[in-house]
Design a protein around this ligand. Structure first.
Ligand SMILES: [Zn+2]
Ligand SMILES: [Zn+2]
Ligand SMILES: [Zn+2]
Length: 113
């Protein structure tokens, strides 16, 4: 495999981390600041030595989410409209929607999620 490893705190083989470790917490998110995949924003906070920046609006057409089960990359639009990985059918955690604004610049933090 030539893909970079996902960074995170205590990540398992399907990129769950110590913060989000349920069956469906398998998506890794890429950050605009360092173009690196992290298991979650708390992992970025713990490991990266710089403030987090969400994936920029100008690059929203580029893949910025990776499935931890099969390694498939997808755009934010695909991820946010999918209940499961389009490539391997691994279910995504619907609770992640509360955090989309931390990962995707163009999504507003609306109802206090
Ligand atoms: Zn970063
Ligand atoms: Zn984490
Ligand atoms: Zn997958």
């Amino acid at each position: 495999m030539s893909i970079d490893p996902v960074r995170g705190v205590g990540t398992d083989s399907e990129t769950r981390c110590v913060h989000y470790a349920t069956e469906s917490d398998v998506a890794a998110l890429r950050f605009g600041c360092c173009e690196t995949y992290y298991a979650c924003f708390e992992c970025h906070e713990a490991i990266a030595e710089h403030p987090p920046e969400p994936w920029p609006t100008a690059r929203r057409g580029e893949p910025s989410v990776r499935c931890g089960v099969c390694g498939a990359e997808m755009t934010a639009a695909t991820y946010t409209s999918s209940e499961a990985c389009p490539a391997c059918d691994a279910p995504f955690n619907p609770g992640c929607a509360e955090h989309y604004h931390r990962y995707f610049e163009w999504i507003d933090p609306d109802d206090g999620g």
